[in-house]
Ligand binder design. Structure first.
Ligand code: PEP
Ligand code: MG
Length: 540
């Protein structure tokens, strides 16, 4: 047995086989379909090929194993069904995407729709959809599906992962992630946390571990390779205890978010994309406090079109219903890059053209997002907030664009609501002008991850600074108090959406400061709800 120590960025225990991942494995990229007709023909051609292949496999198996042969028969039926063909062709037409990408979108949508339904015929159908989609994508030259984790769930070991890479993985096949690079507040770790994957960073990854059995202890930051029988036995018990503890917390799922003395608090979820919505509903979050909308812009060849954004936000609004859902406008740049953005090389991207600066610089991109948000606002309780604000001038520019967007929609008789707006407080400048900013919006949301890096002048992703980067620094706590006071003086709600919001050791401190809402990854909703319900603000 070998033991390695790293830093745990999300707790939990995992036992399984290691898959060593090195970049360059296959991924499907969306590319603008040069010609819709060409992509539809390519899809039909691939379907014929796939059907012929399945038919020959069916013939081969028919006399040997009826049950296996029947699976091929089912898949042929599905592949040749009018509804399957139409779903993909409609997607190519409406989204103007290539055939492989349309097949993938359809597969993901079906998986999402049927997720959690127990009936065995549904599991069978999903398996068939995955099989034939994988087959079509291979024929279409888009390789298999995203990053292939294989059939059995694995512990993924790697040098480093980008937020997009982890986001594209099938979380049902991912037991844990162990990386050499990264930090607790890096976006990759945040995505892993949102997906509820125990994660360690700062472990020297070795490709020789491939296929070996391992244990990840996401409480102590320990990785065991080829664990002894005794250790394995102990961790199996701990895994079960961990599961029970999480299950016990489920009794808080339907409880309200109020302190023991009756103060109501907003407890919301931070999410990266629509697949996280299941967990938001599962844990009973009162709303979405932060949708990191930029993730929809990553891992692709071109920016999402307004229609695609609209569909996503509409679904978000409809699923959340009366519960608020705050879309943060795209916080691109810095560590969230896409080639098509073509951001000139910067000496210091963290302090570069990112967040709201980039959006105001790329007005067309920003307008498309704002229009999509306003159009979707008619379907639920959406709100939006802006990242990385450092001056009132930025707000002047945003407000001018919003005015035009609203006029345009009104002119075209497109329904929309006058949604609430908010500002992320992530720069020391925003803290200092919090009162002026609060006059102009409905809420302020403190992003302590970036606020810490800009206040301490320490890159939040730099593993060398892991013992120094401290989001509990007295300067940060004092700034939170300053922003709460400033916001309240202007009748503006103030909350926290940085990682620190989930620290239950600080729940009481935040509530005593007067924080109105906390927004945390879905998996932390219940522990924080428990903590705030146990807090009695009437007690000295
Ligand atoms: C933050 O900076 O605290 C925040 C919530 O935004 P992100 O982590 O996406 O930068
Ligand atoms: Mg931030």
């Amino acid at each position: 047995m070998e033991i390695f120590k790293g830093t745990a960025t999300f707790s939990g225990i995992a036992i399984g086989k290691i898959l060593y991942y090195s970049r360059g494995e296959y991924q499907i990229r969306q590319s603008m379909a040069g010609s819709v007709k060409k992509e539809i023909l390519a899809f039909r051609d691939a379907s014929l090929h796939a059907a012929a292949d399945l038919k020959s496999q069916y013939e081969e198996k028919r006399l040997l194993n009826q049950q296996e042969a029947y699976a091929f028969f089912r898949q042929i039926e599905l592949l040749e069904s009018e509804s399957f063909r139409r779903a993909i062709e409609d997607c190519i037409k409406s989204e103007k995407v290539n055939a492989a990408y349309a097949v993938m979108l359809n597969r993901d949508e079906m998986t999402e729709t049927f997720r959690g339904l127990e009936a065995s015929f549904i599991a069978e159908k999903l398996e068939d959809i995955r099989e034939i989609s994988g087959c079509l994508i291979r024929i279409l030259g888009g390789s298999s599906a995203r990053i292939n984790l294989g059939d059995e769930p694995v512990i993924l070991v790697t040098e480093s992962l980008s937020p997009t890479e982890i986001m594209e993985m099938d979380k049902n096949r991912l037991l844990a992630v162990v990386m050499h690079h990264g930090s607790a507040d890096s976006h990759t770790s945040i995505v892993a946390k949102t997906m509820e994957i125990p994660t360690l960073v700062d472990v020297m990854a070795d490709d020789e571990w491939e296929g070996r059995t391992a244990i990840v202890d996401g409480y102590t930051g320990t990785l065991y390779i080829d664990p002894d029988e005794e250790v394995l036995k102990e961790y199996k018990l701990r895994l079960e205890a961990d599961r029970k503890e999480k299950e016990a917390l489920l009794r808080f799922r339907d409880e309200t978010d109020e302190t023991a003395d009756g103060k109501k608090i907003g407890l919301y979820a931070n999410i990266g994309n629509m697949s996280d919505l299941n967990n938001v509903l599962y844990y009973g979050a009162a709303g979405i406090g932060l949708l990191r909308s930029e993730f929809q812009y990553l891992g692709r060849e071109s920016a999402p079109r307004e229609s695609e954004l609209f569909q996503t936000y509409k679904k978000l609004a409809e699923v959340m219903g009366d519960r608020p859902a705050v879309i943060r406008t795209a916080d691109l740049g810095a560590d969230k890059q896409a080639a098509y953005l073509d951001i000139p090389e910067e000496t210091n991207p963290i302090m570069g053209n990112r967040g709201i600066r980039l959006c105001l610089d790329r007005e067309k991109l920003f307008r498309a997002q704002l229009r999509a948000i306003y159009r979707a606002s008619a379907y639920g309780s959406l709100a939006m907030m802006y990242p990385m604000i450092s001056s009132e001038k930025e707000l002047d520019e945003i407000e001018a664009i919003i005015r035009e967007v609203k006029e345009e929609l009104t002119g075209k008789k497109v329904p929309f609501r006058d949604i609430e707006t908010g500002i992320m407080i992530e720069t020391p400048a925003a803290v200092m002008i919090a009162r002026e900013l609060a006059k102009r919006v409905d809420f302020l949301s403190i992003g302590t991850n970036d606020l810490t890096q800009y206040t301490l002048a320490m890159d939040r992703q730099n593993p060398l600074l892991k013992d120094k980067y401290d989001d509990h620094h007295p300067a940060i706590l004092r700034m939170i108090r300053m922003v709460v006071d400033a916001g309240h003086q202007e009748g503006c709600r103030v909350g926290i959406c940085g990682e620190i919001a989930a620290d239950t050791q600080l729940t009481e401190t935040f509530l005593r400061m007067g924080v109105d809402f906390l927004s945390v990854v879905p998996a932390c909703i219940l522990p924080v709800r428990k903590a705030l319900r146990e807090t009695d603000l009437g007690r000295e």
